[in-house]
Design a protein around this ligand. Structure first.
Ligand SMILES: [Zn+2]
Length: 141
């Protein structure tokens, strides 16, 4: 599910994975749950949560199903941190020059930094690959 969550963040939708013991009291009432567990699907639905069941193994089918079910905008917004969902802040590459490899400094563009976990992101050759991947995923369901 971490891969699905990461891709939802790429699209600009905050997503968190829940691991281990879950306290139902701590869950936000307006949260939307995506689960691979029929058991959790039934439990969460019974107490009034919006919950969507996806198949366990095929991440691409999972993402495609979620996009269609919730009518999400299937575009790489890259506005949220891929790790913690926090809104990213745009930075100039001069600001972070000492924190990125020289080749990235030369070739990449659109730098952002996460104010919470400090992760740095940029657009480079991987950005084109992500766009191609998203197109493939959208054909999956
Ligand atoms: Zn972060």
């Amino acid at each position: 599910m971490e891969k699905l969550a990461r891709w939802l963040r790429f699209l600009g939708y905050p997503a968190y994975t829940i691991k281990g013991k879950v306290s139902l009291k701590k869950l936000k009432p307006d949260a939307v749950f995506i689960t691979t567990s029929r058991n959790w699907f039934e439990r969460l639905r019974k107490i009034g949560y919006e919950v969507f069941l996806v198949p366990r193994h095929d991440f691409e089918y999972q993402l495609c199903s979620v996009i269609k079910h919730y009518n999400l905008k299937p575009e790489l917004s890259l506005s949220l941190c891929a790790y913690c969902s926090s809104p990213l802040r745009k930075v100039s590459k001069e600001e972070i020059k000492d924190k990125i490899p020289p080749r990235v400094y030369e070739e990449a563009y659109d730098f952002t930094v996460c104010p919470d976990c400090g992760a740095i992101f940029w657009k480079g050759s991987h950005y084109e690959r992500m766009k191609t991947k998203l197109e493939e995923i959208l054909k999956k369901c």
